[in-house]
Design a protein around this ligand. Structure first.
Ligand code: SF4
Length: 385
């Protein structure tokens, strides 16, 4: 048995352990186990510094999960968009392929609780119909392996899945969605990397939510994946009490870049049953994005998105940088709240950009550095509050 497999075996998972280790009332622990089981492996457990810290919140079951009756078991409508078991086909040229129900840790905020945990939730026997579906749909050029966590499969199984996908001519890109570099970095072994190297292009989408998750072990794991030729991107989730703080997010994204992981998405938490206590306001997310842009490298800034409830896909959100826009110009603010004007190409090239049509921009709340106006202004075109 490999070290990572031993760590899975030695995870905190039983009702007795929840009672003894975290002081959870036995009846509550039983109900929580029934609702969504726990798995906290020794590595992730070692990252907890105190009760209720960001690592604890993500991994230790809490009775508030049981009080949540508003959320949906399938907020992204993945099951509706599943033409055959294990496949979700939402976008035209790519599909999600669920290959296991197991994870290195069971995250309390998981959107896919209905599919994760018991091995019966995703049947390995049904992989064949998924492969067949991909073979029959030539428009699919990009496969996202997910679950559960695909890296919970043994090396032999992973190689079988990758080899089969690579035998399908129209499959160009394979992505692996895995939290292992964060929650159980020991899974990234030289042998796994050797296998991945054979089936490029393979992209890894991983999932770090807090700077404390960036350790010597996770740094090594991400480095090994990059050295094996896999670009590694991060998909973080904005969560109350975990990372809903611009300073924490900035530190997370800067540290990710240092370990060669590109911040790719920051998601608003989904409206998932049992996880609504993690949700923040959209305003909080916009505030965080505003605090990042211009204040750190653009490479450290992910796309901030809502995965639209009901299966609408990812919709990007931006702080309000465009203050006014018409056929002639765009009036914008930068990260220092200074105002700038960009003239539309047809406006200048059609010869309209003359003194008679000059514009003056007025705004408030600035120190004057941002005042930009054309000379001989004739009319004020916008007011900014
Ligand atoms: S690793 Fe992913 S699929 Fe597994 S419990 Fe965590 S969020 Fe859910």
């Amino acid at each position: 048995m490999e070290l990572w497999q031993q760590m899975i075996r030695d995870s905190v998972h039983s009702v007795d352990q929840l009672v003894e280790k975290f002081g959870i009332d036995r009846k509550v622990a039983e109900d929580l186990d029934e609702f969504f089981q726990a798995r906290i492996n020794p590595y992730y457990l070692s990252l907890i510094r105190y009760k209720g810290d960001p690592i604890w919140l993500q991994s230790v079951p809490d009775k508030v999960e049981l009080d949540d009756i508003d959320g949906s078991p399938d907020p992204l409508n993945e099951d509706e968009m599943s033409p055959v078991p294990n496949i979700t086909h939402r976008y035209p040229d790519r599909c999600l392929f669920l290959v296991t129900s197991q994870c290195g840790m069971y995250c309390r905020f998981c959107t896919r609780k209905r599919k994760v945990g018991d091995s019966g939730k995703i049947s390995m026997k049904e992989l064949e119909s998924a492969f067949k579906y991909i073979e029959d749909h030539k428009e699919i050029r990009d496969i996202i392996l997910s679950g559960g966590d695909p890296l919970m499969l043994t090396d032999v199984m992973i190689e079988k899945v990758l080899a089969r996908l690579r035998s399908i001519e129209h499959v160009e890109i394979i992505r692996i969605g895995t939290k292992m570099p964060c929650v159980l970095p020991h899974r990234i072994t030289p042998n796994l990397c050797k296998i991945l190297k054979k089936y490029h292009p393979i992209y890894i989408n991983t999932h770090f939510n807090h700077p404390w998750e960036i350790t010597e072990e996770s740094t090594k794991a991400c480095g090994m994946l990059v050295d094996a030729g896999c670009p590694v991107n991060n998909q973080a989730v904005l969560m109350k009490g975990v990372n809903d703080d611009p300073k924490v997010m900035k530190e997370l994204f800067q540290k990710l870049l240092k370990i060669r992981v590109r911040p790719y998405y920051l998601f608003m938490a989904d409206e998932t049953r049992g996880a609504n206590h993690f949700r923040t306001s959209v305003e909080k997310g916009l505030e965080i994005m505003d605090a990042l842009r211009g204040h750190t490298s653009g490479m450290a800034i992910p796309h901030f998105v809502i995965d639209a409830p009901g299966g609408g896909g990812k919709i990007p959100l931006l702080p309000k940088y465009v203050i006014h826009r018409d056929e002639e110009k765009v009036i914008m603010r930068n990260y220092k709240n200074e105002i700038y004007v960009y003239k539309e190409a047809n406006y200048s090239s059609n010869g309209f950009n003359n003194e008679d049509n000059a514009v003056e921009i007025e705004y408030s709340g600035n120190n004057g550095n941002g005042r930009h106006s054309n000379v001989n202004t004739e009319r004020k075109v916008t007011e900014i509050s």
